[in-house]
Write a protein that binds this ligand. Structure first.
Ligand SMILES: *Cc1c(COP(=O)(O)O)cnc(C)c1O
Length: 247
């Protein structure tokens, strides 16, 4: 790796450590390798870092803010890197209705859908993106579940989950793929993941095709994998501490 720049070497090392953690967690849970996707969370970091990660073999990235995400993806697309590599980008942050149209042009899946207004805005955006030729597939939707009912963190409570899922299922341009959680900071991460697995099991009786579970971040990915996560969203453990810029 002597020919790689210092940042690429740093990313390669951190990535390798996270990949080992993930492999160990999958093995410890008796699950099949490849069953859990690693989504590298690149918010706040430049397009050049995403390009480095693509060079290191990564293909799935999580972004959380507009217009930062669009700008970055456009930069990579202009260099031909996205088409060449088949890289995909998911929206993991909360979506403002007025930005849903833009998000629908680039997001493979939106992880943070938690209210009817966002479903409608994303559906309109997805249909428009298809009409414009910006995409050919549906926008994947994960419903963000609130585990503790704290409204400031986003997420729908379990009692309202069924109605929201129905709404997505009936919205053109959207494909309901599953659930997403962010473990609350208080209490044990493992206990929140146990609760997540219970919510998911009940949800799957009505929506057996929506099997994705986006759960687990830098600090708690092992617990998430032990309790059924199919996608871990890892930022800090790979990228390092996020720069404190505000846009
Ligand atoms: C930033 C972010 C992450 C990554 O968190 P780390 O602790 O840095 O791994 C995961 N999920 C969401 C929704 C985020 O906004």
């Amino acid at each position: 790796m002597a020919d790689l720049d210092a940042r690429t070497r740093e990313l390669a090392q951190a990535l390798s450590a996270v990949r080992h953690r993930l492999d160990d967690a999958v093995a410890a849970a008796g699950r099949t390798p490849g069953e859990v996707e690693l989504l590298v969370v690149t918010k706040f970091f430049p397009a050049a870092d995403v390009a480095r990660l693509i060079g290191l073999g990564e293909r799935a990235f999580g972004e959380s803010r507009e217009p930062e995400a669009s700008r970055k993806i456009a930069e990579l697309a202009a260099d031909g890197i996205v088409a060449e590599s088949g890289a995909v980008f998911d929206m993991i942050g909360s979506v403002q209705s007025k930005k849903a149209k833009t998000v629908a042009t680039w997001a493979r899946t939106v992880h943070s859908v938690d209210r009817d207004k966002v479903v409608d805005a994303l559906s309109r955006g997805a249909v428009a993106a298809r009409d414009d030729g910006a995409r050919t597939d549906d926008v994947g939707v994960l419903l963000q579940v609130s585990l503790d009912g704290d409204p400031t963190r986003g997420g729908v409570e379990e009692t309202d989950l069924g109605a929201l899922a129905e709404h997505v299922a009936q919205s053109p341009g959207l494909h309901l793929r599953g659930l997403m959680v962010i473990a609350p900071l208080d209490g044990s991460a493992e206990r929140w993941m146990v609760r997540t697995a219970q919510v998911r099991e009940r949800f799957l009786t009505d929506h057996p095709g929506a099997r994705e579970l986006s759960a687990g971040m830098s600090d708690d990915l092992e617990f998430a994998v032990a309790h059924g996560s199919t996608c871990v969203r890892v930022g800090t453990a790979i990228m390092g501490p996020r720069p404190l810029i505000s846009q």
